[in-house]
Design a protein around this ligand. Sequence first.
Ligand SMILES: N[C@@H](CCC[C@H](N)C(=O)O)C(=O)O
Length: 256
Amino acid sequence: MDLTFYKYQGTGNDFVMIDNRTKTFPKENIKIISYLADRHFGVGADGIILIENDNKFDFKMTYFNADGSETFCGNGGRCAVAFAKHLNIIDTETTFIAFDGEHFATIKNSIISLKMINVDEIKVSENSVFAYTGTQHHVELVADLNEYPVFEKGKKIRNSYKDPGSNVNFVQQIDESTFRVRTYEKGVEDETLACGTGVTAVAIAMHITNKTKSNLISLPVEGGILEVSFTVENGIYKNVYLKGPAEFVFKGSITI
Ligand SMILES: N[C@@H](CCC[C@H](N)C(=O)O)C(=O)O
């Protein structure tokens, strides 16, 4: 079949977006999903996103990593909102459903502000923090992020977690409320240019370990700048918002 797709990116985290309201996309076929994501033989992307109808919400977002595994994606969620606006499903605000539950989002120009799930699964260890922000994230401070071997160290730490593993975020503090981040993503099995659930975990990890007192954190990543804000109630991080650009790149069609 000929598949029409749209390519979007959010701070360089890139996605093949598919309007699957007709339910024609063979989403059980992992081979097709990884073919679409393949940068040499397919379209090329960190992940594949389906937009589908839902009875209760504006739409349903389904996210697959490049290897076909399913989870939630923060930057993908922001791109899904931009795509739903392009499809005229929503206007400037929306509530949609995804792998980790319900999300609210607003759009202003091409800046999407996405409400993340409440974060209560946080484990502070001596040199790292683990947080579940819609998916699994390991956070670790390093002295020199430029020189850090993100791929080698990230892969090792990713595999030290039991199935399904963890994404791994390496962080360098720039000032009181700014933290630079590089992320190794499971499911892509490489460093990506940005990770939304990752910077969300970083902001929370830096706050809970007293590296910052701010609840509005700026997070420069390889593909741009993201922002995370939150409130804290009884140790639970609530009203967590991930904010940044989400942009259309091109539209195409491919035979699958
Ligand atoms: N880039 C994403 C996270 C995508 C999912 C991740 N690779 C996983 O398997 O947990 C983001 O922006 O959050």
